[in-house]
Design a protein around this ligand. Structure first.
Ligand code: PHE
Ligand code: ZN
Length: 883
């Protein structure tokens, strides 16, 4: 039966239907409203007749009543912007069906039926990049979280698991490669058309469905699992990109091995495909047996990818692969449980990367992301617990809180249990819930039962938002040291009062003379306040606390600069050394910005910092990779987090002044360091990576203290480098300087890499994130560059995310930066709502910014809010940010 595309409301009144179609305030979905779906869909068969402008989809669903759910006279099949061509029930007319908004509701009597639904799509017209879309002449899908409903009508929720059989057909010349989940069971061709049939033996929710059709080539390899299953591995890319896939393939094989060894998880199909696409909203997607990746997380060679890019690829390949167990074999009951798969999988990818490279450096990088992105989220209007209670648009909840804080929460359980006991917990979880759609509670219960820990109070970490503050005081009397700890959890939207949570803190006490500590201990603060006593100290020891960042909290303590200098030089926990350096610099910068430190105080503080930095530069036991961490300044965002009201201009100025001062005082040490490491041949080992890291750091200190000299040195590094890390580092420094070399090298870089989208992204980002005083004008000009487009999320992010994360440009005192982001959001929202909404949090920080700018930020938000038609994504973020 044919139905024209008129969204009819239940009572058939099209006026009302329109109102429901574009509601001003989309409904809020509550976690407490969960009910199981009334129907089971054990099997689904789909046939795709593929074309870039027109794809026809025939979907056959076998539906039967769910014995574990309340009976319903209807079945609701979600749709989103879909054209229903026809629907039949058990091969005949389907009388009882109607549209309810975008959904299709079918009246069904009896126990089981077969529904056949035909839809027609225009993938070329799909700029949202959700559902089936065209990218560079190929077709691919993105279904998480709610993209499947843009392909066909279906109960698009993660607790409905089905076995999929998919037949794909299309013009062979245009789509020589046809891929789907699972294993290919059959294929054939007739005339210019060919087809392939795929079967995925593992029941899965619709969000894990994927298909790809295009002109692709593969790097092929294999992996033999612990039990002897030989798995074919392919990394699919466009012709010409094949020689940039080696690192991705090696990372995949390492991930498979690591998951067997570390978590006892083996792969469960004979085939594992990865496809790289250049238009993608996120990093990558874990579709069963067919991971789809942003090209950024696949393609690398030394000439075009930085060390950071290499690490990012290894981490994301690991992440998506690990989802095969934490996400796919055990999925989420509903989207409120998102952290069940994401938090756990982030922890797994972090541990993997720790094992593949330098564990302390990886830990520092992860903490930097947490503090730079998640802490601000947790202290702003968008704060939410890792298991939220409500949402309007689930795409907005793919956040640093769900992902990174989620990982920290599970990491704390691991820290408290110890590695071995924790493994018993995860084994139990995988065993108990394999094949299910589970909840965060199921996970915690498994860890509890497997480890024997009581996690009753710990569960509060799942329900309470906000970064706990831990006040630390160390007192000394007689021969004992007394550690006084107290916690407060700030109020967050909807949660004015908090209860204390267990906070595991690794501590060590150092003897000032010998520099030795008495052994690391784990103390758990689970009350509002507690006291811990340590005996055997004739003198007050130096306290090292929250070692390895054992808890995602912020520590408040009065600590002398002497103690920090001590810890920066000799704490045996590398993270704690890093932390001491950061505290030393942050303490000074906050004091200088707020005026709490007078001129004399500033001067001594800078002297102490220089002394600590000097020992870091000259400590020959340190690896350069770690040295680079110790030499890095706290970011402007992190400094801002330490203050109640922020003046971004002052932070920038003081930070640059400190850089210049250190550059002056330590000029000869910096240059000696540069000379020592320069000329080391390119390799990806830690040694060479460390050398590249410290070289660019030296350049950035020089840029603040002696710009002309720095420009010369950076130009030299740029010209003589044989790899992207050195070249990009040099160009980053140059981009912030007003020098002839700046224009020259930027032009050279552009010419050299014209046509390589990922490198041109870097070219945009370098200019948008530069410290140049005219960065804002550069961004405006780049908006008009012929290579700029709003259609490609990587390109949009490379210009505008970089800009929004560049405080000195974004926070221009006249509000121009805010207006630029508001304009961008309004223009991008109809094209790609998900990407547009991701820019709102940068404006949502207004409450923490000084009055003048705060008003301008609000104005910008209000201008967005006033737009006549907003996506659900942007609507939700804007209203919450103003709220
Ligand atoms: N599930 C993906 C991941 O974390 C992220 C993702 C979400 C990708 C939504 C696309 C869309 O690995
Ligand atoms: Zn993930």
């Amino acid at each position: 039966m044919d139905i024209a595309r008129t969204p009819a409301s239940p009572d058939g009144n099209p006026e009302m239907a329109d109102a429901a179609f574009e509601p001003k305030a989309p409904p809020e979905i509550q976690r407490s409203d969960y009910t199981p779906f009334a129907w089971l869909i054990p099997t689904i068969r789909m046939e795709f007749d593929l074309g870039l402008d027109k794809t026809r989809v025939v979907t056959r669903l076998d539906v039967e009543r769910n014995p574990d759910a309340d009976a319903s006279p209807t079945i609701r099949l979600n749709g989103d912007s879909l054209e229903l061509v026809s629907i039949t029930c058990d091969g005949g007319d389907c009388a009882g069906h109607m549209m309810d908004g975008d959904d299709l509701v079918v009246t069904l009597e009896g126990e089981r039926h077969t529904l056949e639904i035909v839809t027609e799509l225009d993938p070329s017209d799909n700029s949202q990049l959700m559902g089936l879309y065209a990218s560079n002449g190929m077709l691919c899908t993105q279904c998480e979280a709610e993209g499947f409903r843009r392909i066909t009508f279906f109960p698009d929720r993660p607790d409905v698991l089905s076995t999929y059989t998919v037949r794909m057909s299309g013009p062979k010349a245009q789509f020589p490669v046809l891929l789907c989940n699972g294993n290919r069971t059959d294929a054939g061709e007739e005339g210019g058309t060919h087809w392939a049939e795929w079967q995925d033996p593992w029941p899965k929710p619709s969000y894990l469905f994927a298909l790809v059709a295009g002109d692709l080539v593969a790097r092929t390899d294999s992996f033999t699992t612990a039990s002897g299953r030989k798995v074919e591995l392919n990394v699919w890319v466009r012709d010409g990109d094949l020689d940039r896939t080696e690192h991705a393939m090696e990372s995949l094989k390492r991930s498979m091995k690591w998951d067997e060894e570390t978590f006892g998880r083996e792969y469960d199909l004979d085939l594992f495909n990865i496809v790289a696409v250049s238009d993608f909203n996120m990093g990558a997607m874990e579709n069963k047996g067919l991971n789809i990746f942003n090209t950024k997380y696949v393609l690398a060679d030394p000439d075009t990818a930085t060390d950071g890019d290499y690490d990012g690829i290894e981490g994301v390949i690991g992440h998506e692969y690990f989802h095969n167990w934490s996400g796919n074999r055990i999925t989420c009951r509903d989207w409120f449980q998102l952290s069940l798969k994401e938090g756990f999988t982030v922890l797994r990818d972090q541990l993997f990367s720790q094992d593949m490279g330098s564990a302390p450096v990886k830990r520092i990088e992860d903490v930097r992301v947490l503090r730079g992105v998640q802490f601000p989220e947790d202290s702003g209007p968008l704060a939410h617990p890792i298991r939220p209670d409500s949402y309007r648009e689930i795409s907005n909840f793919y956040t640093a809180t769900i992902y990174n804080k989620g990982a920290e929460v599970i990491r704390m359980m691991r820290t408290m249990a110890g590695e071995e006991r924790f493994r018993r917990g995860t084994d139990l979880y995988f065993d108990r819930h394999d094949g299910e759609a589970a909840t965060c509670e199921d996970f915690v219960k498994s860890i509890e039962d497997g480890t024997g820990m009581d996690l009753t109070q710990f569960r509060r970490w799942y329900s309470q938002a906000g970064t706990p503050k831990v006040r630390v005081d160390l007192e000394h009397t007689g021969n004992s040291a007394t550690l006084k700890l107290s916690q407060t959890i700030p109020a967050t939207p909807g949660q004015p009062n908090k209860k204390p949570m267990p906070i595991p803190l690794k501590v060590a006490l150092f003897d000032r003379q010998s520099g030795e500590n008495t052994g690391e201990e784990l103390v758990v603060l689970d009350q509002d306040s507690a006291i811990f006593t340590f005996d055997g100290f004739l003198q007050k020891p130096v306290l090292s606390i929250n070692r390895t960042f054992s808890a995602p909290v912020s520590i408040e303590r009065d600590v002398s600069r002497d103690d920090l200098v001590f810890l920066a030089a000799q704490d045996d926990d590398p993270f704690a050394r890093y932390e001491a350096m950061q505290e030393l610099m942050t303490g000074y910068l906050v004091g200088a910005v707020t005026g709490d430190l007078d001129d004399a105080g500033c001067k001594t503080a800078r002297g102490d910092i220089a002394q600590a930095m000097k020992s870091v530069i000259e400590d020959d036991r340190l690896e350069d990779l770690m040295r680079g961490e110790l030499m890095s300044m706290p970011s402007q965002a992190y400094i801002a987090e330490q203050m109640l009201v922020v003046d971004p201009g002052r932070i920038h100025a003081e930070r640059e002044a400190l850089k210049a001062d250190l550059g002056d005082r330590l000029a000869s040490q910096f240059h000696a360091l540069y000379d020592r490491v320069e000329g080391l041949p390119f390799s990806l080992d830690a040694h060479a990576k460390g050398a590249r890291k410290v070289k660019t750091l030296v350049l950035s200190y020089a840029a603040a203290s002696d710009p002309a000299k720095a420009a010369e040195l950076a130009a030299y590094q740029y010209d003589h480098s044989d790899n992207m890390t050195d070249r990009q580092g040099a160009l980053m420094v140059l981009a912030g300087l007003d020098s002839p070399e700046r224009t020259d090298k930027l032009q050279d870089f552009y010419n050299r890499y014209a046509g390589n989208a990922l490198v041109i992204d870097k070219w945009f980002a370098l200019q948008a994130s530069s410290l140049h005083p005219d960065a804002i004008d550069h961004v405006k000009a780049l908006r008009g560059h012929p290579d700029f487009t709003l259609k490609n999320p990587n390109r949009v992010r490379s210009l505008y995310m970089a800009f929004a994360a560049n405080p000195s440009a974004f926070h221009a005192a006249d509000g121009e930066g805010y207006d630029m982001i508001a304009d961008l959001v309004l223009e991008l929202d109809p094209i790609n709502a998900q990407t547009a909404a991701r820019f709102i949090p940068s404006l949502g920080r207004w409450r923490r910014i000084e009055e003048g700018r705060a008003k301008l930020m609000r104005d910008a938000l209000e201008r967005v809010a006033a737009a006549p038609k907003l996506s659900r994504d942007t609507f939700e973020q804007v209203t919450r940010s103003l709220g």
